[in-house]
Design a protein around this ligand. Structure first.
Ligand code: NAG
Ligand code: NAG
Ligand code: NAG
Ligand code: NAG
Ligand code: NAG
Ligand code: NAG
Ligand code: NAG
Ligand code: NAG
Ligand code: NAG
Length: 460
């Protein structure tokens, strides 16, 4: 199905727009790059994306920083511009801004937001954000700001050296060394968004996940450059590139991610998601889950297509992580198990692995080190119709000669898991092995060896 970024029919809204009074644009003379013409490529979910009509040439809101103070708050000015140019206009953020208070931006409708400047989140007081961020029940998460509404295009220009959203994560990573339950905000949250694109932006040093796409549908992400770097060796925690949650019809593509946790993670109720053409370094893989964390809840993840991914120096590459059928204590602020549901119709294809610890990890014992216990209380969340195809490259010496593990908690908890066309070399040059348990080995075109019952796949 075609992706229609430009509308073929003129919507009524255009007529009202041309009569909207122009906002003063005397503040800035910088050129506004045109909205990128984005298409999911080469794959689409098969579901239609709504069209996004062009914005009015007369409705542009340039935002001026409120002062030059190093402790100012530009959040109210940003929100005012979004209110003013909502419904058919363009907001231009071409200066350097400091956001020092939370922003609820869930009222958006037919608006473009051009970020060719810099957006910094004030990190003077990490406890200010612990108190004032938006909180989510899911996995104890929080966020600086949340973006929602309908028909929104957020973009920058990667060639201008700026176009950056910076979370200044360093202070949060340092603080969690002594306070593991500190709320650290997600850098960008789409929450309740229907029809949006986000493209050509840099994202730096998120205190937590870089992006959550929650309660949303019809989202296209393209050409992002994501990086988390610690200046003093302190551990960077939970720096996932994207987490999708309760969302449908999402495409994430053409991006470079350098982080220390999942490159992309499909959380509960992620359906019809394509991830393609990514270059990930340092991560925990392209991960389904974790799922089944919440007892009495049903998590569904289905129809994922993951294509043309290069993964380097990660703990895992292809990854499906499911909590056991029994409650387990994992980390101070991350515990669970016993949830129901399924993972179904997931394909990973065209994968280049460079020195990752494991090229494939499938577990139903997430957050629990005792596999015997997991087998005693098998996962209530089934894994079905998974295909891993055309996977090549190398793994690190960590598990040499083993290149991955495919371990289900009982034979009836996984079905139709297929692995084909795999060529993974281990550093010793010995024959590559794979640990397999409770899976149909006739469908795995890899060298399975019996499980030794010991592994360390609890990472992140
Ligand atoms: C850790 O941070 C949380 C806020 O996220 C706060 O409620 C708690 O008091 C802090 N704990 C310590 C030991 O400072
Ligand atoms: C998603 O929607 C639910 C229900 O409205 C809300 O409680 C939740 O905070 C939203 N966002 C996330 C990330 O869960
Ligand atoms: C996920 O979808 C299932 C099935 O529709 C529903 O029962 C469950 O409540 C949903 N979970 C969340 C977190 O929205
Ligand atoms: C695969 O993705 C990379 C970006 O990581 C891109 O440069 C390359 O062109 C893609 N290959 C194909 C065949 O699309
Ligand atoms: C799950 O449901 C059972 C039965 O209704 C209840 O006893 C239990 O407390 C629930 N568990 C959670 C974590 O909500
Ligand atoms: C499996 O998922 C892919 C990718 O979203 C989709 O194109 C395909 O139609 C799905 N197959 C089934 C049987 O649902
Ligand atoms: C959230 O964090 C609290 C401690 O701050 C912990 O007791 C609880 O188990 C966490 N919830 C989840 C779902 O991990
Ligand atoms: C693992 O779980 C089994 C079954 O519950 C138990 O017998 C065993 O003691 C546990 N092992 C460890 C190391 O805790
Ligand atoms: C590789 O094989 C050789 C010969 O069997 C053995 O001595 C060595 O320990 C193996 N190395 C690894 C990492 O398995």
């Amino acid at each position: 199905m075609r992706f229609t970024n430009i509308c073929s029919t003129v919507l009524p809204i255009l007529t009202t727009l041309t009569t909207a009074s122009p906002s003063p644009s005397s503040y800035s003379t910088s050129k506004i790059p045109p909205r990128p013409n984005l298409t999911p490529s080469p794959y689409t979910t098969g579901l239609e994306f709504p069209c996004s009509p062009p914005r009015s040439a007369h409705k542009k809101c340039f935002v001026a920083p409120v002062s030059t103070s190093a402790d100012r708050d530009d959040a109210p000015a940003i929100k005012a511009a979004l209110k003013k140019c909502n419904n058919g206009g363009t907001v231009v953020l071409d200066k350097s801004y400091l956001v020092s208070s939370p922003l609820d931006l869930t009222f958006l409708r037919h608006v473009d937001v051009v970020i060719t400047g810099e957006i910094h989140f004030n990190a003077k007081d990490v406890y200010y954000w612990a108190e004032n961020s938006f909180k989510y029940d899911f996995q104890n998460m929080s966020t600086f700001w949340k973006w929602g509404g309908e028909d929104v295009n957020i973009y920058g220009d990667l060639s201008n050296g700026k176009s950056v959203i910076d979370g200044h994560g360093q202070k949060y990573w340092e603080e969690i060394v002594t306070n593991k339950t500190l709320f650290r905000p997600i850098l960008f949250s789409m929450d309740g968004m229907k029809g949006a694109t986000m493209s050509n932006l840099r994202m730096r040093n998120s205190p937590n996940w870089f992006n959550i796409i929650a309660n949303s549908s019809d989202i296209l992400i393209s050409d992002l450059d994501i990086q988390a770097k610690s200046t003093d060796g302190v551990k960077i925690a939970n720096s996932d590139g994207w987490d999708t949650y309760r969302s449908n019809n999402v495409v994430i593509q053409n991006s470079v991610i350098d982080n220390t946790d999942d490159c992309v993670s499909f959380k509960p109720n992620s359906t019809n998601v394509i991830v393609q053409n990514l270059d990930c370094t340092g991560s925990h893989g392209i991960s389904v889950g974790s799922l089944g964390q919440y007892a009495n809840l049903t998590d569904i993840v289905s129809n994922l297509y993951i294509h043309n991914i290069t993964m380097a120096l990660a703990s895992d590459f292809v990854r499906i992580k499911v909590w056991p059928g029994v409650a387990s204590l994992f980390q101070e602020n991350l515990n669970g198990g016993g949830g129901k549901g399924y993972v179904r119709n997931v394909t990973y294809e065209g994968l280049v692995s460079r020195d990752n610890d494991r090229a494939i990890t499938i577990t139903q014992c997430y957050g629990q080190k005792n596999q015997t216990l997991c087998n005693e209380f098998p996962s209530e969340l089934r894994i079905e119709d998974v295909l891993v195809k055309n996977l090549r490259g190398t793994t690190s010496k960590k598990a040499d000669p083993e290149a991955g593990t495919l371990v289900c908690s009982a034979p009836d908890r996984c079905s139709n898991i297929r692995v084909e066309d795999v060529d993974i070399k281990v550093p010793s040059g010995n024959t590559t092995t794979w640990e397999c348990m409770n899976v149909d080995e006739s469908l795995l075109k890899i060298n399975c060896v019996a499980s030794d019952g010991e592994r360390d796949t609890t990472n992140g």
